[in-house]
Design a protein around this ligand. Structure first.
Ligand SMILES: CC(C)(COP(=O)(O)OP(=O)(O)OC[C@H]1O[C@@H](n2cnc3c(N)ncnc32)[C@H](O)[C@@H]1OP(=O)(O)O)[C@@H](O)C(=O)NCCC(=O)NCCS
Length: 235
Protein backbone atom coordinates (compact mmCIF):
# COMPACT_ATOMS: atom_id res chain seq x y z
CA UNK A 1 0.00 0.00 0.00
CA UNK A 2 0.96 3.66 -0.41
CA UNK A 3 1.94 5.09 2.92
CA UNK A 4 -0.54 7.59 4.32
CA UNK A 5 0.83 10.61 6.16
CA UNK A 6 -1.70 13.22 7.17
CA UNK A 7 -1.58 16.13 9.57
CA UNK A 8 -4.26 18.39 10.96
CA UNK A 9 -3.51 21.99 12.02
CA UNK A 10 -5.62 24.31 14.17
CA UNK A 11 -5.76 21.90 17.10
CA UNK A 12 -4.81 24.57 19.64
CA UNK A 13 -7.94 26.65 19.22
CA UNK A 14 -10.90 24.65 20.42
CA UNK A 15 -14.02 25.18 18.35
CA UNK A 16 -16.95 23.85 20.42
CA UNK A 17 -19.13 22.61 17.53
CA UNK A 18 -16.16 20.71 16.04
CA UNK A 19 -15.17 19.42 19.49
CA UNK A 20 -18.60 17.86 20.08
CA UNK A 21 -18.83 16.48 16.55
CA UNK A 22 -15.47 14.74 17.03
CA UNK A 23 -16.42 13.60 20.54
CA UNK A 24 -19.51 11.87 19.17
CA UNK A 25 -17.48 10.43 16.30
CA UNK A 26 -14.90 8.77 18.59
CA UNK A 27 -14.86 5.39 20.31
CA UNK A 28 -16.08 5.16 23.88
CA UNK A 29 -12.51 4.37 24.95
CA UNK A 30 -11.28 7.65 23.40
CA UNK A 31 -14.16 9.67 24.86
CA UNK A 32 -13.30 8.41 28.34
CA UNK A 33 -9.64 9.26 27.75
CA UNK A 34 -10.51 12.72 26.41
CA UNK A 35 -12.78 13.51 29.34
CA UNK A 36 -9.91 12.88 31.77
CA UNK A 37 -7.80 15.75 30.42
CA UNK A 38 -7.75 18.90 32.54
CA UNK A 39 -7.14 21.16 29.53
CA UNK A 40 -9.76 21.19 26.78
CA UNK A 41 -7.01 21.60 24.13
CA UNK A 42 -5.51 18.24 25.16
CA UNK A 43 -8.92 16.56 24.88
CA UNK A 44 -9.43 18.21 21.47
CA UNK A 45 -6.06 16.91 20.19
CA UNK A 46 -6.89 13.44 21.47
CA UNK A 47 -10.29 13.45 19.71
CA UNK A 48 -8.76 14.81 16.49
CA UNK A 49 -6.07 12.09 16.60
CA UNK A 50 -8.49 9.17 16.76
CA UNK A 51 -10.86 10.79 14.23
CA UNK A 52 -7.98 11.36 11.80
CA UNK A 53 -6.76 7.78 12.21
CA UNK A 54 -10.25 6.35 11.70
CA UNK A 55 -10.89 8.57 8.70
CA UNK A 56 -7.61 7.37 7.10
CA UNK A 57 -8.38 3.71 7.83
CA UNK A 58 -11.86 4.14 6.43
CA UNK A 59 -10.41 5.73 3.33
CA UNK A 60 -8.19 2.65 2.96
CA UNK A 61 -11.30 0.47 3.04
CA UNK A 62 -10.71 -0.79 6.56
CA UNK A 63 -13.99 -1.24 8.42
CA UNK A 64 -14.93 1.62 10.71
CA UNK A 65 -15.32 -0.67 13.71
CA UNK A 66 -11.69 -1.80 13.64
CA UNK A 67 -10.36 -2.40 17.14
CA UNK A 68 -7.39 -0.47 18.51
CA UNK A 69 -5.50 -2.43 21.17
CA UNK A 70 -2.63 -1.34 23.39
CA UNK A 71 0.46 -3.50 23.78
CA UNK A 72 0.54 -4.23 27.51
CA UNK A 73 4.34 -4.17 27.67
CA UNK A 74 5.19 -1.08 25.59
CA UNK A 75 1.94 0.91 25.53
CA UNK A 76 2.11 1.07 21.72
CA UNK A 77 -1.35 1.01 20.14
CA UNK A 78 -1.93 -1.44 17.27
CA UNK A 79 -4.81 -2.68 15.10
CA UNK A 80 -6.37 -5.97 16.08
CA UNK A 81 -6.69 -8.45 13.17
CA UNK A 82 -4.91 -6.20 10.66
CA UNK A 83 -1.44 -6.27 9.14
CA UNK A 84 -1.44 -2.45 8.90
CA UNK A 85 0.70 -0.40 11.26
CA UNK A 86 -0.06 3.12 12.41
CA UNK A 87 1.20 5.81 14.70
CA UNK A 88 -0.15 9.16 15.86
CA UNK A 89 1.32 12.29 17.41
CA UNK A 90 -0.07 15.52 18.85
CA UNK A 91 1.77 18.70 19.74
CA UNK A 92 0.39 22.22 20.15
CA UNK A 93 -1.49 23.16 17.02
CA UNK A 94 -0.84 19.86 15.22
CA UNK A 95 -2.01 16.27 15.13
CA UNK A 96 -0.32 13.78 12.79
CA UNK A 97 -0.99 10.23 11.66
CA UNK A 98 0.92 7.67 9.59
CA UNK A 99 -0.38 4.36 8.24
CA UNK A 100 1.99 1.85 6.69
CA UNK A 101 2.25 -1.86 6.02
CA UNK A 102 5.32 -2.15 8.26
CA UNK A 103 6.52 -0.64 11.54
CA UNK A 104 6.29 3.14 11.52
CA UNK A 105 6.52 6.14 13.84
CA UNK A 106 5.66 9.83 13.61
CA UNK A 107 6.56 12.76 15.79
CA UNK A 108 5.70 16.47 15.70
CA UNK A 109 7.19 18.97 18.14
CA UNK A 110 7.01 22.72 18.51
CA UNK A 111 10.41 24.44 18.25
CA UNK A 112 11.28 26.00 21.59
CA UNK A 113 14.35 27.48 23.31
CA UNK A 114 16.71 24.66 24.27
CA UNK A 115 20.16 24.64 25.81
CA UNK A 116 23.28 22.48 25.91
CA UNK A 117 22.28 20.98 29.26
CA UNK A 118 19.12 19.45 27.82
CA UNK A 119 21.02 18.24 24.75
CA UNK A 120 23.60 16.61 27.05
CA UNK A 121 20.79 14.64 28.72
CA UNK A 122 19.08 13.37 25.57
CA UNK A 123 21.60 13.07 22.76
CA UNK A 124 24.45 10.72 21.87
CA UNK A 125 28.07 11.91 21.47
CA UNK A 126 27.89 12.16 17.66
CA UNK A 127 24.56 14.02 17.83
CA UNK A 128 26.01 16.45 20.40
CA UNK A 129 29.08 17.00 18.20
CA UNK A 130 26.83 17.96 15.28
CA UNK A 131 24.54 20.07 17.48
CA UNK A 132 27.28 21.93 19.35
CA UNK A 133 28.77 22.92 15.97
CA UNK A 134 25.79 25.27 15.42
CA UNK A 135 27.00 28.84 15.44
CA UNK A 136 23.81 30.55 16.57
CA UNK A 137 20.81 29.93 18.86
CA UNK A 138 18.30 29.69 16.03
CA UNK A 139 20.27 26.98 14.18
CA UNK A 140 20.83 25.19 17.50
CA UNK A 141 17.10 25.08 18.33
CA UNK A 142 16.22 24.10 14.76
CA UNK A 143 18.68 21.19 14.71
CA UNK A 144 17.78 20.20 18.28
CA UNK A 145 14.15 19.68 17.27
CA UNK A 146 15.04 17.94 14.01
CA UNK A 147 17.02 15.43 16.07
CA UNK A 148 14.31 15.23 18.71
CA UNK A 149 11.51 14.33 16.28
CA UNK A 150 13.77 11.90 14.42
CA UNK A 151 14.75 10.10 17.63
CA UNK A 152 11.21 10.12 18.93
CA UNK A 153 9.86 8.76 15.60
CA UNK A 154 12.38 5.90 15.88
CA UNK A 155 11.45 4.91 19.42
CA UNK A 156 7.77 5.18 18.47
CA UNK A 157 8.29 3.00 15.37
CA UNK A 158 10.02 0.26 17.34
CA UNK A 159 7.41 0.74 20.06
CA UNK A 160 9.83 0.79 22.95
CA UNK A 161 9.07 4.28 24.27
CA UNK A 162 11.65 5.61 26.67
CA UNK A 163 12.68 2.07 27.69
CA UNK A 164 15.00 2.37 24.65
CA UNK A 165 17.86 4.57 25.92
CA UNK A 166 18.03 7.70 23.79
CA UNK A 167 21.82 7.45 23.49
CA UNK A 168 21.71 3.83 22.22
CA UNK A 169 21.33 5.18 18.68
CA UNK A 170 22.20 8.36 16.78
CA UNK A 171 20.17 10.04 14.07
CA UNK A 172 22.17 12.60 12.15
CA UNK A 173 20.34 14.97 9.76
CA UNK A 174 22.63 16.64 7.21
CA UNK A 175 22.01 19.86 5.26
CA UNK A 176 21.61 17.88 2.01
CA UNK A 177 18.54 16.08 3.52
CA UNK A 178 20.51 12.86 4.05
CA UNK A 179 19.69 11.29 7.42
CA UNK A 180 22.05 8.71 8.91
CA UNK A 181 21.05 6.24 11.59
CA UNK A 182 23.92 4.81 13.65
CA UNK A 183 23.00 2.00 16.04
CA UNK A 184 25.11 1.69 19.18
CA UNK A 185 23.32 -1.50 20.25
CA UNK A 186 23.22 -4.43 17.82
CA UNK A 187 19.74 -5.57 18.85
CA UNK A 188 18.16 -2.34 17.53
CA UNK A 189 16.60 -2.53 14.03
CA UNK A 190 17.60 -0.41 11.05
CA UNK A 191 15.01 2.12 9.85
CA UNK A 192 14.65 4.99 7.38
CA UNK A 193 13.69 8.61 8.06
CA UNK A 194 12.33 11.71 6.48
CA UNK A 195 11.78 15.21 7.84
CA UNK A 196 8.79 17.20 6.58
CA UNK A 197 8.25 20.97 6.49
CA UNK A 198 4.76 21.39 7.89
CA UNK A 199 5.29 24.78 9.54
CA UNK A 200 8.14 27.19 10.35
CA UNK A 201 7.60 26.67 14.08
CA UNK A 202 7.18 22.88 14.23
CA UNK A 203 9.27 19.87 13.17
CA UNK A 204 7.81 16.66 11.84
CA UNK A 205 9.57 13.33 11.22
CA UNK A 206 8.55 9.91 9.99
CA UNK A 207 10.44 6.70 10.67
CA UNK A 208 9.74 3.63 8.55
CA UNK A 209 11.07 0.16 7.79
CA UNK A 210 10.78 1.09 4.12
CA UNK A 211 13.19 3.43 2.35
CA UNK A 212 10.50 4.81 0.04
CA UNK A 213 8.77 7.64 1.88
CA UNK A 214 6.27 10.14 0.42
CA UNK A 215 7.55 13.59 -0.58
CA UNK A 216 5.02 15.50 1.46
CA UNK A 217 2.48 15.35 4.26
CA UNK A 218 -1.17 15.83 3.37
CA UNK A 219 -2.22 18.80 5.52
CA UNK A 220 -5.76 19.82 6.43
CA UNK A 221 -7.61 21.95 8.99
CA UNK A 222 -9.88 20.58 11.73
CA UNK A 223 -12.83 21.91 9.67
CA UNK A 224 -11.58 19.96 6.62
CA UNK A 225 -11.34 16.77 8.66
CA UNK A 226 -14.87 17.17 10.02
CA UNK A 227 -16.16 17.88 6.52
CA UNK A 228 -14.46 14.75 5.14
CA UNK A 229 -15.92 12.61 7.94
CA UNK A 230 -19.41 14.08 7.34
CA UNK A 231 -19.15 13.41 3.59
CA UNK A 232 -18.05 9.84 4.21
CA UNK A 233 -21.00 9.30 6.57
CA UNK A 234 -23.43 10.64 3.97
CA UNK A 235 -22.13 8.37 1.17
C1 LIG B 1 4.79 8.08 24.87
C2 LIG B 1 5.84 8.26 23.83
C3 LIG B 1 5.79 7.07 22.92
C4 LIG B 1 5.55 9.49 22.93
O1 LIG B 1 5.33 10.59 23.66
P1 LIG B 1 5.14 12.05 23.07
O2 LIG B 1 6.19 12.41 22.07
O3 LIG B 1 5.02 12.90 24.25
O4 LIG B 1 3.72 12.01 22.38
P2 LIG B 1 3.19 11.97 20.88
O5 LIG B 1 2.07 12.92 20.82
O6 LIG B 1 4.23 12.09 19.84
O7 LIG B 1 2.62 10.48 20.75
C5 LIG B 1 1.58 10.06 21.53
C6 LIG B 1 0.96 8.86 20.84
O8 LIG B 1 1.92 7.83 20.68
C7 LIG B 1 1.26 6.56 20.77
N1 LIG B 1 2.05 5.73 21.68
C8 LIG B 1 1.91 5.54 23.01
N2 LIG B 1 2.87 4.68 23.44
C9 LIG B 1 3.61 4.33 22.37
C10 LIG B 1 4.73 3.48 22.16
N3 LIG B 1 5.28 2.79 23.15
N4 LIG B 1 5.24 3.38 20.91
C11 LIG B 1 4.69 4.06 19.89
N5 LIG B 1 3.62 4.89 20.00
C12 LIG B 1 3.10 5.02 21.23
C13 LIG B 1 -0.16 6.80 21.24
O9 LIG B 1 -1.02 6.63 20.14
C14 LIG B 1 -0.14 8.24 21.69
O10 LIG B 1 -1.30 8.97 21.39
P3 LIG B 1 -2.66 8.71 22.17
O11 LIG B 1 -2.31 8.64 23.62
O12 LIG B 1 -3.51 9.89 21.83
O13 LIG B 1 -3.22 7.42 21.62
C15 LIG B 1 7.24 8.26 24.47
O14 LIG B 1 8.23 8.17 23.48
C16 LIG B 1 7.59 9.36 25.43
O15 LIG B 1 7.15 9.41 26.55
N6 LIG B 1 8.41 10.31 25.04
C17 LIG B 1 8.80 11.43 25.90
C18 LIG B 1 9.42 12.54 25.15
C19 LIG B 1 10.93 12.62 25.33
O16 LIG B 1 11.47 12.79 26.40
N7 LIG B 1 11.64 12.58 24.19
C20 LIG B 1 13.03 12.74 24.08
C21 LIG B 1 13.37 12.70 22.59
S1 LIG B 1 14.98 13.24 22.27
Amino acid sequence: MEKIIKAVCGAETVEDSLFYFLYNNCSEQRRIRASKFYRKEDAYRSLIAESLLMYCLNHEGIAGDVNICIDSETGKPFLENSSLHFNITHSGDWVGCVIDDSETGIDIEKIREMDKGIANRFFSDSEKKMLFGCNNKERFNDLFFKMWVLKESYIKAIGKGLSCPLNSFSVLPYDNHKIDLVLHKETLPHKYFRLYDISSTYKCAICSSDEKLPDSVDIMSVEDLVELIRNKENN
